[in-house]
Write a new protein. Sequence first.
Length: 95
Amino acid sequence: MEGLDTPPPPGTNRSIDVELDGQEIVALDLDTLDTDPQDYIDLLLEAKGGATVSMWARLACEYWKNGLLESAEKVLVAAQQRMYRHLGTLSVWFC
């Protein structure tokens, strides 16, 4: 199993593909992350059908691995808020 400091194998996808609508996909390049994650957070919030938990987690982990802990926390807080809003919406269907 790879450690956190082990570089990914050659040819490994170092991006997160975010589908914004039926025809547009934006790739977030994980090798050139901006220190402020707000633009990436906005893209994940706009993702068609909602960004997956793994997308949020992968983005936060990349920030964490680069020592940008505040940025990682910002991503995780946004993900948590998004999940709570989504769960609140779902609860209406089950009541």
